[in-house]
Design a protein around this ligand. Structure first.
Ligand code: ATP
Ligand code: MG
Length: 226
């Protein structure tokens, strides 16, 4: 356009504009990732009951997922918690929401509408669930671990790509060869956030059968006051 070779017009301006947005996102993501890696990002930890987090995920994603034509559900996985106890997790809520956003947005991106997207999980507590009621009354708060999972029925991830999806800029073969937008930084950022919570992040996938992204956080099983 500057050289007078191309007529200034909307299609080209639109193309330039979308590139500008992409570069802008890239700069923001890179800046955030380098702050996280240098442990310079400030985290605001507070306690949240698991119940509240599950409600939050439902209200955050359900409408968009169903509007976009997915079969979406948030499963309640608290059934094996002993009576008079609840799970509380210490986290920076905004950051953990960011991890969830990336998981769910990836599920949207790599699953055709009509597919299934499910948020589910597990609570792990060494031996606690086997204790009898009386023994349980004697112990106060107990440490446990909570795993949040996002499963989809999309294209899945090929085996060769699986170990690398959390690396910065990595995009699996299928994503790289498609027109799907993305910079490949989302999961690298998610990994840093989870690690700053002393957690663990991972993925499981069977070719062409979708995938499950998960993260595990330390938590407490709190005894409710009478
Ligand atoms: P962005 O930086 O915008 O998040 P992105 O989504 O491409 O870009 P990541 O979120 O880091 O980047 O994901 C990295 C790669 O992992 C993706 O490019 C894709 O190849 C693969 N991937 C992630 N989630 C899924 C999924 N649910 N199904 C299939 N492939 C996935
Ligand atoms: Mg992403």
């Amino acid at each position: 356009m500057l050289d007078g070779v191309i007529e200034p017009g909307e299609p080209h301006l639109q193309m330039i504009y979308s590139k500008v947005l992409l570069v802008n996102d890239l700069v923001d993501d890179l800046f955030e990732l380098s702050k996280l890696e240098a442990s310079k990002a400030a985290f605001q930890f507070s306690e949240y009951p698991l119940e509240q987090l599950l409600d939050l995920m439902k209200s955050r994603f359900e409408l968009e997922a169903t509007d976009r034509g997915y079969r979406f559900s948030v499963e309640d996985f608290q059934e094996n918690i002993p009576r008079n106890r609840y799970v509380s997790i210490s986290m920076d809520l905004k950051r953990i929401e960011q991890v969830m956003d990336n998981f769910v947005n990836n599920a949207f991106r790599y699953t055709p509408p009509g597919g299934i997207i499910k948020i589910h999980g597990e609570i792990h507590s060494d031996g606690l669930f086997e204790l009898g009621e009386e023994q349980l009354l004697l112990v106060g708060s107990l440490p446990c671990k909570v795993t949040f999972k996002v499963s989809d029925s999309g294209q899945g991830i090929d085996e060769e790509s699986l170990p690398y999806v959390f690396d910065r800029f990595y995009r699996a073969i299928k994503a790289k060869n498609s027109t799907t937008p993305g910079t490949g930084l989302g999961l690298a950022i998610a990994k840093e956030i989870v690690q700053q919570h002393d957690g663990h992040i991972g993925v499981q996938s069977v070719k062409n059968q979708g995938c499950t992204f998960y993260f595990t956080l330390p938590a407490m099983l709190i005894q409710e006051q009478a």
